[in-house]
Ligand binder design. Structure first.
Ligand code: DAK
Length: 257
């Protein structure tokens, strides 16, 4: 399949999608979002792929939704073009999704990064929800995910006053997993994804579901769901193999079942 707005490649067991609108700082227009979700869903369905990475370039992960595309739309047009449906499809990806973020990561770009399961940040990364500067507020989860990630005080400042934060600050407040030199960012993210992709796939899938459930469920329900998933894994060949390999002091050979 050929794409206009993204570059797609496979590295080992990792499916990599890079935004490719450099002149527009990777602004997320409808075409780019559709291509992104389509490519990630294809990787999600491919057994040879164990984890996914999404990246921009050195100047920008993404500077937000495409303001020029949105500017003239009415509320009803915003509603009926159902662009949020693509974001819901991202949430439904089963394989771990890692964002490699360098440069601007703003508005919808930051919301996209936060929709991912982990973020590897370059020292050059700048995170923000500057929608207030153009007369709106975040619309793809920014007020919710940012607040859960960094807490109320900083989220309020970023959303109400458009403050950008550095990669270091993002690391200190728990928004990103690690900060690395810009030139190493993509490789670090791919290496992290590759490590996860080499683990027992069914356990990885259930682990992702269980951690994400912590944001949706009361503790008692989340604990019960986790326990059920834990017991269920004892029906997999990989649980038998993993524990046998530990006892026999050898590396496990996962079968993905
Ligand atoms: N949209 C369109 N074009 C953009 C853009 C954007 N978000 N950001 C940058 N560009 C374009 C600029 O217009 C410029 O194009 P030309 O004028 O040269 O043709 C080019 O990229 C380079 O940008 P600058 O010349 O401005 O570069 P600077 O280094 O001076 O400044 C900047 C970089 C990132 C500080 C600045 O470009 C900037 O402030 N950009 C806008 C950031 C922003 O406000 N982002 C939030 C957008 S609103 C939803 C889904 C998503 C969303 C909402 C709802 N649903 C599904 C419901 C998300 C909304 C948003 O993200």
């Amino acid at each position: 399949m050929s794409y206009q707005y993204i570059l797609v490649e496979t590295r080992g067991r990792v499916g990599l999608v890079r935004f490719n609108r450099p002149k527009e700082l990777n602004a997320l227009n409808a075409g780019l979002m559709e291509e992104l979700v389509t490519a990630l869903e294809a990787f999600d369905a491919e057994p040879a792929i164990g984890a996914l990475v999404v990246a921009g370039n050195e100047r920008a992960f993404a500077a937000g939704a495409d303001i020029k595309e949105m500017a003239g739309l009415s509320a009803v047009e915003m509603l009926t073009r159902d662009s949020i449906g693509r974001w819901d499809r991202l949430r439904r990806l089963r394989k771990p999704l890692i964002a490699a973020v360098a440069g601007f990561c703003l508005g919808g770009g930051n919301e996209l990064a936060m929709t991912c399961d982990m973020i590897v940040a370059a020292e050059t990364a700048r995170f923000g929800q500057p929608e207030i500067n153009i007369g709106v507020i975040p619309g793809a989860g920014g007020t919710q995910r940012l607040t859960r990630a960094v807490g109320k005080a900083l989220a309020m400042e970023m959303v109400l006053n458009g403050r950008l934060i550095t990669a270091e600050e993002a690391y200190r407040c728990g928004l990103v997993n690690r900060v690395v030199p810009a030139e190493a960012c993509l490789d670090e993210a791919v290496a992290l994804a590759q490590q996860i992709a080499e683990r027992a796939p069914v356990a990885v899938r259930l682990a992702k579901e269980a951690v994400n459930a912590a944001f949706e469920t009361p503790l008692t329900d989340g604990l019960a769901d986790e326990r059920r998933a834990f017991y269920m894994l004892f029906s997999t060949a990989d649980q038998k193999e993993g524990m046998a390999a530990f006892i026999e002091k050898r590396p496990p050979q996962w079968q993905g079942r």
